[in-house]
Design a protein. Structure first.
Length: 152
């Protein structure tokens, strides 16, 4: 099993970072690093399907495998979406389907430490290169958004 990890320390509470990660208002702000117009279609409940999409309705189809607010969210990636059509069965998808994307938030001296772990078998090299280049930028945008918006 391969694992990629990324982390950032954010000068905000776990609750504020959590809200910034998953609210419909701020999610597109930080995920713009991956693709302008990124958005998620879900109800953010454990066991629910999530469509991570761009403006052309391309992206990933996943399931919320575990959720413990505001400490942990795990997505199990089960396929991809192309022009709004879900693919969870093709040979290309089956090489990496089942990969997990985990978000762990922990207290760090009045700040929040966010750890992202991507783990799975058969992760294509182009995925790994893309994430290595893009996650740091996304975490910087997340940090800016969470620190800009005061806790409610």
């Amino acid at each position: 099993m391969e694992k990629l990890t990324f982390n950032v320390t954010i000068n905000a509470s776990r609750q504020q970072v959590w809200k910034t990660l998953w609210s419909d208002e701020t999610y597109p702000q930080w995920t713009a690093a991956f693709c302008e117009g990124s958005h998620a279609v879900t109800n953010w409940k454990e066991g629910s399907k999530v469509l991570f999409l761009d403006q052309q309705q391309n992206g990933m189809v996943s399931v919320i495998a575990k959720l413990s607010e505001p400490e942990f969210m795990s997505f199990k990636h089960i396929g991809e979406v192309k022009q709004g059509v879900e693919d969870t069965e093709s040979e290309a998808v089956n090489t990496w389907a089942g990969a997990h994307e985990n978000y762990t938030l922990s207290d760090a001296n009045g700040k929040t430490e966010l750890l992202i772990e991507l783990e799975g078998d058969g992760l294509p090299d182009e995925f790994k290169t893309f994430f290595a280049d893009t996650w740091p930028a996304a975490l910087n945008l997340l940090k800016q958004a969470a620190e800009k918006n005061p806790a409610e």
